[in-house]
Design a protein around this ligand. Structure first.
Ligand SMILES: CC1=C(/C=C/C(C)=C/C=C/C(C)=C/C=O)C(C)(C)CCC1
Length: 290
């Protein structure tokens, strides 16, 4: 694990512990935490997709890239409008795969790679959702009533944990002990945390920061002398576009919406920009390994 990743995970762990000890129920802390992680690492980690496969992309290439990205967004939006439940299921499955994949950056699994990513992601998403099932259900009630699923939490959490252990052993994964210890400790903490706090800590420090570190490593040869400064500069345009676009749509829907409806709309917007991101990130990470 790279240093920055270790530092990030330590910070994430500290924030979780400090929250549980001193800030439980403090909504200001929760929203400030959510917004700051989202704006500094969450959104920016997906803002370099256009450079991942081709760091020297031409203007024509960039236009083609943007059109493809927008086409995926539009198709997925149509699915959300006409088939919201399948759209939600697809979002959860691709997120689980994508999150699981970031646990194995720099490690090339030999056996059942995609299943291992998926099951690892299912474990982490499950502890986050079932750890605060009531709030997950409240947010999702605009799409589907998930209350009949409340008793499935532990079988899914324990099942996905055991399955990922089996998959790691099959892969002769050298770090499987550390990996499983991390699953137990972080899984336990995420389960205790409120939905959005658990989600943003995991998303920021276990997914976005390791992904961004990998992006930096691969792009640093093209960043000239002030590498970090140029890296941040290149993150800016698409970060600003995503934040601005989401903010505008949320502001339009703000009057007359309940808070949980806005949270759901926010995650639907996240899903729309995540779909092409997951696709490009997968191409980037897997072609790097081959
Ligand atoms: C937290 C949360 C949800 C799921 C969010 C997910 C799955 C986000 C995935 C983001 C990704 C994949 C970002 C890309 O890098 C629900 C179930 C919609 C509603 C309840 C709160």
């Amino acid at each position: 694990m790279r240093n920055i990743e270790k530092i990030g995970k330590t910070i994430g762990l500290m924030i979780a512990i400090v929250y549980l000890l001193f800030f439980q129920g403090n909504q200001i802390f929760e929203w400030v935490l959510f917004a700051s992680i989202l704006l500094t690492i969450g959104i920016p980690h997906g803002a370099l997709d256009h450079l991942l496969l081709n760091p020297k992309i031409s203007n024509k290439g960039l236009v083609k890239f943007i059109l493809k990205y927008l086409a995926i967004i539009v198709v997925y939006l149509v699915v959300w409008i006409f088939l919201p439940v399948p759209a939600l299921l697809a979002f959860l499955l691709m997120s689980a795969y994508h999150f699981g994949q970031s646990h194995f950056i720099g490690n090339d699994l030999q056996s059942k790679k995609k299943t291992t990513y998926l099951i690892t992601g299912v474990f982490y998403l499950s502890v986050i959702f079932w750890g605060d099932f009531d709030n997950t259900a409240i947010i999702l009630k605009g799409i589907v009533d998930i209350s009949p699923l409340s008793g499935f939490g532990w079988p899914i959490i324990i099942g996905s944990f055991i399955l990922s252990m089996i998959l790691l052993v099959k892969n002769s994964y050298a770090d499987w002990r550390i990996f499983s210890l991390e699953m137990v400790i972080i899984g336990f903490l995420l389960y205790q945390l409120p939905l959005l706090v658990g989600f943003i800590i995991y998303f920021g420090f276990w997914h976005a920061l390791p992904s961004m570190t990998e992006e930096y490593q691969s792009l640093k040869w093209f960043l000239g002398r002030n590498k970090l400064k140029n890296f941040i500069k290149r993150l800016m345009p698409f970060t600003a576009a995503s934040v601005g676009g989401m903010w505008l749509i949320l502001a339009i829907f703000y009057p007359g919406s309940e808070p949980e409806e806005l949270v759901l709309l926010f995650f639907i917007l996240v899903s729309l920009i995540s779909a092409p991101h997951i696709w490009y990130m997968n191409l980037f990470l897997e072609t790097k390994k081959n």
